[in-house]
Design a protein around this ligand. Structure first.
Ligand SMILES: C[S@@+](CC[C@H](N)C(=O)[O-])C[C@H]1O[C@@H](n2cnc3c(N)ncnc32)[C@H](O)[C@@H]1O
Length: 208
């Protein structure tokens, strides 16, 4: 993700009410971060947060947590969030240790335009690799749902395979979901860019 220089990243992060410092401390008690106890949906690799912000505004009856590993990207997201969203929190965290953040608390996971890591030797970094899917077992409640959108067909096909090997049932599978499926969803920054260029977007809903 390309970013123009943001000089006051640390200041933005220190002063934002949305950024949770030491998020591991809330493992097993994430509901304490929100005024209302309600379902928890998360996005890993939220980038500048456009998708989650729209979702949080549209669905006040759901709590959302966005996870992003780079300070500068997080700071960009924090600058965009309107001041009165009480159902959204942000974690600056590398999801490689995601199982230390949640203990059977998550209802739904969104993966929007995840980095595809195209080389075979990089496959373990993909957010749908068996390594990550194993960790997701720890974060989800009994019912598990992962929703994926991507422009990258090889990453998509890889994910369909790993998800079904992990026991997920696959629904709403499409290589061009905007043409083929009627889904009420928000668009991430990457999705908006790809749509402007007419690039089709793959979609799947995986349930276990
Ligand atoms: C291609 S961008 C997509 C951003 C956004 N989801 C969108 O659709 O506009 C992928 C984002 O995932 C983040 N990311 C990749 N691996 C991650 C990880 N292990 N933990 C947290 N964030 C990660 C990257 O820093 C980057 O911001």
């Amino acid at each position: 993700m390309r970013l123009r220089n943001l000089k006051n990243t640390t200041e933005i992060m220190e002063n934002s009410p949305y950024l949770v410092k030491a998020p591991e401390n809330y493992c097993g008690k994430t509901s304490q971060l929100f005024p209302k106890k309600q379902p928890l949906h998360i996005e890993i690799g939220m980038g500048k947060g456009d998708f989650l912000m729209q979702m949080a505004m549209k669905h006040p009856n759901i709590n959302y947590i966005g996870i992003e590993k780079f300070d500068k990207v997080v700071a960009r997201a924090l600058l965009k969030i309107p001041s009165d969203l009480e159902n959204l929190k942000i974690y600056r965290f590398d999801a490689i240790s995601i199982s230390s953040l949640f203990s059977h608390e998550v209802d739904k996971l969104y993966l929007n335009f995840s980095d595809p890591w195209p080389k075979k030797r990089q496959a373990k970094h993909r957010l749908t690799s068996p390594f990550f899917l194993e960790q997701y077992e720890q974060i989800f409640k009994t019912a598990k749902e992962i929703k994926i959108k991507t422009d990258n067909v090889p990453f998509f096909l890889y994910s369909l395979e790993t998800l079904s090997q992990q026991g997920y049932q696959l629904y709403e599978i499409s290589l061009d979901y905007q043409k083929e499926l009627q889904i009420d969803t928000a668009q991430s920054e990457y999705e908006q860019k790809f749509c402007e260029k007419g690039i089709p977007i793959c979609h799947v809903k995986a349930v276990k």
